[in-house]
Design a protein around this ligand. Structure first.
Ligand code: 5GP
Ligand code: MN
Length: 347
C-alpha cells in the first residue's frame, strides 16, 4: 500500500491522465472511473477514460459518460495507443490483473507513465508503482472516495461525482446487504448524502430501467434454464448464444441473473455459464465459507472476491458445463458442511 503523499506529489501539477477499468465495466468499474475523472478534472488535469469494451446502457447517465472512449481493437487502436503513450499517470480501477483489460493490458504494461492501482480484488498483480488496493473494501468506489478525502479534497465531491461513487458502492454491496457492508461504507454514504446525491434516482436508473425483453428473458431463464443440485447445495444456469439472440440480449442483460440461483433456500454456490461465442463467460457466487474466487482461479482461469468471482472457458458451452459438473464431487464436503443458519420465519 502506497502513502497518500506519494499520490499528492504526483498530482501536484496538471497532468495528462488515463483511467481504465475492467472488461464489460459494471457500476463500480464505471462509477469509480467517472467519479475519479470528475474530481481530477476539477483539479485541472486532462483526463481520458478508456474502457476495454462497451458497457450497459443503464450506466450511461453517469456524468462524463459522453467522453468515455470505448476501445475497439480494429477501429480506434491508434487513438487509444496514443492516449496511453501520452499519459503521465495511468489509473487502473476495479481490476487486479492486466488480463482483465484484454489487449489494453499489454499497452498499459509497457506505458512509460506512472501506474496507480485502486482496487478491491484479491491477489493483485504487481504492475503499478502506486498501489491503493484493499481487498477488504466493499467497492473500488469506496476506495476512490477515501483517496479523494485523504488528498484533502472531499469538498470537491459534488452531486455528480457522489452519484457515480454511490452507484459503485450500492451495486458491489448488493444494495448494502453483503458482509462487506461495513460501518465505514455507511459513513461514506452519509458523506455522499451531504454532497447532495439522490439515492433513489441512482437506484431507479440502475435497477428499474430494464427493457421489456430483458424481463421476459429473466422469466425464460428462471423457468427453463435453472438447474438445482441439492446434493451439492448448488444451482446453475447455462445460456446458449442462440438463446441470447432469441431474446435480443444486450450488454448488461445477464447481470444479476446468477443471484436468483443463489436466492434459493439452502443453496450456497451458484453459477451462470454464458456462451459469448469467443468464449464461455462464467460468474460464480456463494454465501458463507465457500470461496468462489479460489474455485474460479483454480478451475476457470478467473478470480475475484471470496463470494463473487468470474472465470472463462474456451471449450464449448456443453463441455464447460460438463467440466463444471465433474468438479463438484471434489467440493461436495465443503459445500454440504457449510450449512447456513436456517432462515428465520418472517413475523
Ligand atoms: P461478475 O461475475 O459480476 O462478472 O464478476 C464478479 C467479480 O469477479 C467481479 O469483482 C469481477 O471483477 C471478478 N471477475 C469476473 N470475471 C473475472 C475473470 O475472468 N477473472 C478475474 N480475475 N476476475 C473476474
Ligand atoms: Mn468492484
Amino acid at each position: 500500500m502506497s502513502t497518500i503523499s506519494e499520490l499528492k506529489e504526483l498530482l501536484a501539477h496538471p497532468r495528462q491522465i488515463f483511467i481504465t477499468t475492467h472488461h464489460k465495466p459494471d457500476a463500480d468499474a464505471l462509477g469509480s472511473s467517472l467519479g475519479l475523472a470528475g474530481y481530477l478534472r476539477k483539479k485541472g488535469h486532462s483526463v481520458t477514460v478508456v474502457t476495454p469494451s462497451d458497457y450497459p446502457d443503464f450506466l450511461a447517465w453517469m456524468p462524463g459518460n459522453e467522453e468515455v472512449v470505448v476501445y475497439e481493437p480494429r477501429q480506434n487502436d491508434a487513438q487509444v495507443r496514443d492516449i496511453i503513450a501520452r499519459a503521465e499517470v495511468l489509473f487502473c480501477l476495479d481490476f487486479s490483473c492486466l488480463g482483465r483489460i484484454n489487449e489494453l493490458g499489454d499497452y498499459v504494461r509497457e506505458a512509460k507513465g506512472t501506474k496507480v492501482l485502486i482496487d478491491h480484488h484479491q491477489e493483485p498483480e504487481d504492475f503499478a508503482q502506486l498501489d491503493y488496493s484493499n481487498p477488504k473494501a466493499a467497492a473500488t468506489a469506496e476506495l476512490v472516495f477515501e483517496v479523494i478525502r485523504d488528498l484533502g479534497d472531499q469538498d470537491l465531491i459534488d452531486t455528480g461525482i457522489g452519484e457515480c461513487l454511490y452507484a459503485g458502492i450500492m451495486t458491489d454491496t448488493g444494495s448494502f446487504r453483503h458482509p462487506s457492508t461495513s460501518r465505514n461504507v455507511h459513513l461514506i454514504i452519509a458523506e455522499l448524502l451531504n454532497a447532495g446525491i439522490n439515492l433513489s434516482d441512482v437506484h431507479r436508473r440502475i435497477y428499474d430501467s430494464h427493457s421489456e425483453e430483458r424481463l421476459r428473458f429473466l422469466g425464460f431463464v428462471l423457468k427453463d434454464k435453472l438447474t438445482v443440485l441439492r446434493e451439492y447445495n448448488t444451482a446453475y444456469i447455462a445460456i446458449t448464444a442462440d438463446e441470447l439472440r432469441q431474446y435480443n440480449s444486450k450488454t448488461g442483460d445477464t447481470e444479476g441473473l446468477v443471484n436468483f440461483a443463489l436466492s434459493i433456500e439452502g443453496i450456497v454456490f451458484a453459477a451462470i455459464l454464458i456462451d459469448r461465442v469467443q468464449a464461455v463467460k462464467i460468474s460464480f457466487r456463494s454465501v458463507g465459507d465457500f470461496s468462489v474466487s479460489e474455485f474460479s482461479r483454480r478451475n476457470f482461469n478467473g478470480g475475484g472476491h471470496h463470494n463473487a468471482a468470474g472465470g472463462i472457458s474456451y471449450d464449448s458451452l456443453s463441455s464447460t458445463v460438463e467440466r463444471f459438473l465433474s468438479l463438484l464431487p471434489a467440493y461436495q464436503a465443503q459445500l454440504v458442511t457449510a450449512p447456513l443458519a436456517p432462515v428465520a420465519p418472517s413475523v
